[in-house]
Write a protein that binds this ligand. Structure first.
Ligand code: COA
Length: 259
């Protein structure tokens, strides 16, 4: 199997562990990471030895702190929409995986990082994990399925609050809201994920894959994702978006003007 620029891959006892490996950038999801996830999940689909997946982040601080904001400077309506559509496609591939996928969330899961965790079938969080959709602070919206999956997982009112305020929530709150399955000490996120997956991987493979397909089918409806990609593109046209990204890069507060 090929090596990846942005991911570490380990396969042990039927479980493939995929580690986002840009710890110095809090595992921010650049385009290369999205491409690498696409290829890694193709391998999940194709390799009969792989029965289940754990997705986690390298380092002590983050699962993933969002899409890579440094790559946002070039975005406009057309490529912004494509950016969202490709991310959605890869995250749908993760959600549609016939083999169970657990996100072992070992720190910040923000923006695209929160969306990535939500595309997984289950989430185990460390006690210090933080979840959030802070895109509004940059003048954009979640573009990798967050406007669709967050309300499905925690309900419309709380999802509105999180996405509109951009504020983070703790692991404990995420547990209460149903965003995560379990909260454990940091050193146990992988152990707990393995414990759950080991209960699943010896069961009938078809029953497992059909369960995933049927549960997903209940939630899939249609063009909410397309609306999200279009709206993401619209935000990418604005002066406020340029200002939000510039402010992050320059480590200052944005000055939004409504243009
Ligand atoms: N894109 C690109 N780089 C990012 C990033 C992102 N989403 N999140 C963090 N980084 C980088 C920082 O720029 C910094 O790089 P540098 O050392 O070259 O300056 C490095 O990762 C460490 O982050 P830093 O901000 O110094 O850590 P912190 O502990 O002070 O703050 C966060 C942690 C998560 C609160 C902060 O990094 C943050 O707000 N990140 C952006 C979150 C976000 O808006 N995500 C949604 C994007 S749509």
């Amino acid at each position: 199997m090929m090596g990846f620029e942005t991911l570490l891959i380990e396969k042990t006892g039927g479980i493939m562990k995929i580690t986002l490996n840009r710890a110095d950038k809090l595992n921010a999801l650049n385009q290369q990471t999205i491409k690498d996830l696409d290829a890694a999940f193709q391998d999940v689909y194709d390799d009969p030895e792989v029965k289940a997946v754990i997705l986690t982040g390298a380092g002590e601080k983050a699962f993933a702190a969002g899409a890579d904001i440094n790559e946002f400077k070039e975005l406009n309506y057309m490529n912004g929409r494509k950016f969202a559509e490709y991310g959605q496609e890869v995250f749908n591939k993760i959600e549609d995986s016939p083999k169970p996928v657990i996100a072992a969330v070992n720190g910040f899961a923000l923006g695209g990082g929160c969306e990535l965790a939500m595309a997984c079938h289950m989430r185990i969080a460390s006690e210090d994990a933080k979840f959030g959709q802070p895109e509004v602070n940059l003048g954009i919206i979640p573009g990798y399925g967050g406007t669709q999956r967050l309300p499905l997982l925690i309900g419309k009112a709380k999802a509105m609050e999180m996405i509109l305020t951009g504020e983070m929530i703790t692991a404990e709150t995420a547990l209460k809201l149903g965003l995560v399955n379990h909260v454990v000490p940091k050193e146990e996120v992988i152990i707990k994920s393995e414990e759950i997956l080991n209960k699943i991987i010896n069961k009938a493979g078809l029953a497992v894959s059909q369960t995933i397909e049927c549960v997903n089918a209940f939630y899939k409806d249609g063009d909410g994702y397309q609306s999200e990609a279009n709206a993401f593109g619209n935000c990418c046209k604005t002066e406020d978006f340029k200002e939000g990204v510039a402010a992050f890069v320059e480590k200052r507060k944005p000055n939004f003007t409504g243009k």
